[in-house]
Design a binder for this molecule. Structure first.
Ligand code: CDM
Ligand code: ATP
Length: 285
């Protein structure tokens, strides 16, 4: 095997509670991650000269700062392994949108290169490596919908009902660090116990902070909240993307069709399992 092609799906945070803060400033969270059938596509081809190359720059991110390249370098350094790789990345997930695209690219890179380079590192080691790259990386390595605690690294698999999502992409970029450092952020939501999980029990503590700073987000969320047939309308992660959940594709598509001209978005199915693991299983790996 010299080439592997794999997907890197987006995620939604169905709710996001800030329940405390660690001494290093990182926030303790409770969240439910839902994987989405909306993905970046990556392909990895072995090189024998030890070099790690990205075929094209991703919208303003220098290659050496791209999370795929950083993930590959991390894995190479830790394994002391010789081979290199050519990476091509077809970016579909909006960047800095709270959909975890960069983190998902990093997770897919770690799992794919573990196979391509025959490193045989176990899932625990990949999860630890992933966490060093970003708080959202572990869930994509975990590969299932999950209830997460800590900074996102304490993961328990969670079964979620079939659902479709209308995701709206506001025309703003929200800095995760800026929102977490806001004076207005409440950091004392009482921890909840899951399972059982009901979509009604959650909210996103970062949402009011982002909505106050970015009216473009607030307006889109208000629009989603007035829709009929939704089980929930909320912001994902630290924004800017907002979403509404529907029980059927037909309802999600009808809502999408009624989107005002100045709003853009997409409809996606909620997944049960990471598409990369589904594909690897199908190939008997
Ligand atoms: C908001 C979420 O998307 C929810 O899933 C994640 O917690 C954010 O994960 P991420 O984008 O991978 O974030 P990172 O790149 O690890 O962190 C960016 C910055 O946000 C702040 N940060 C992040 C996560 C966290 N639990 N507490 C924090 O205070 C830190 O200042 C950090 O330097
Ligand atoms: N492969 C990549 N894809 C997207 N962003 C990348 C990538 N590599 C590095 N980045 C940088 O990381 C930043 C955050 O990317 P990402 O798309 O994961 O944000 P996000 O969706 O807000 O993530 P999260 O939900 O984890 O906060 C981008 O603004 C970009 O500067």
């Amino acid at each position: 095997m010299t080439t592997l092609t794999c997907s890197a799906p987006a995620k939604l945070n169905l709710f996001l509670h800030v329940v405390g803060r660690r001494p290093d400033g990182y926030h303790l969270l409770q969240t439910v991650f839902r994987l989405l059938d909306f993905s970046d596509e990556l392909s990895f081809t072995l090189r024998d000269d030890g070099k790690i190359k990205l075929s094209a720059e991703t919208m303003g991110v220098p290659a050496d700062q791209n999370l795929c390249v950083r993930a590959a370098k991390c894995l190479q350094a830790m394994s002391g392994s010789g081979p290199g790789v050519d990476i091509s990345l077809d970016k579909k997930i909006p960047m800095g949108g709270g959909l975890g695209g960069g983190s998902s690219d990093a997770a897919t890179t770690l799992v794919a290169l573990n196979r391509l380079w025959n490193l045989n590192l176990d899932r625990e080691t990949l999860l630890e490596l992933g966490l060093q790259l970003g708080a959202d990386v572990p869930v994509f390595i975990f590969g299932q919908n999950a209830f997460a605690e800590g900074v996102g690294e304490k993961l328990s698999a969670l079964e979620l009902p079939a659902a479709w999502y209308l995701v709206i992409i506001p025309p703003v970029h929200v800095s995760t660090a800026e929102i977490f450092s806001s004076k207005e952020l409440t950091r004392n939501t009482i921890p909840i116990k899951i399972p059982p999980f009901s979509i009604w029990q959650g909210h996103n503590d970062l949402e009011p902070v982002v909505c106050r700073l970015y009216p473009e987000v607030a307006v889109r969320l208000e629009w989603l909240k007035q829709l009929k047939n939704t089980t929930i309308a909320a912001m994902s992660g630290s924004g800017a993307c907002v979403f509404a959940e529907f029980a059927t594709e037909r309802e999600a598509c009808a809502a999408y069709a009624s989107l005002p001209d100045d709003m853009t978005g997409f409809v996606a199915r909620g997944l049960d399992c990471h598409p990369m693991y589904t594909a690897l299983k199908k190939n008997g790996e």
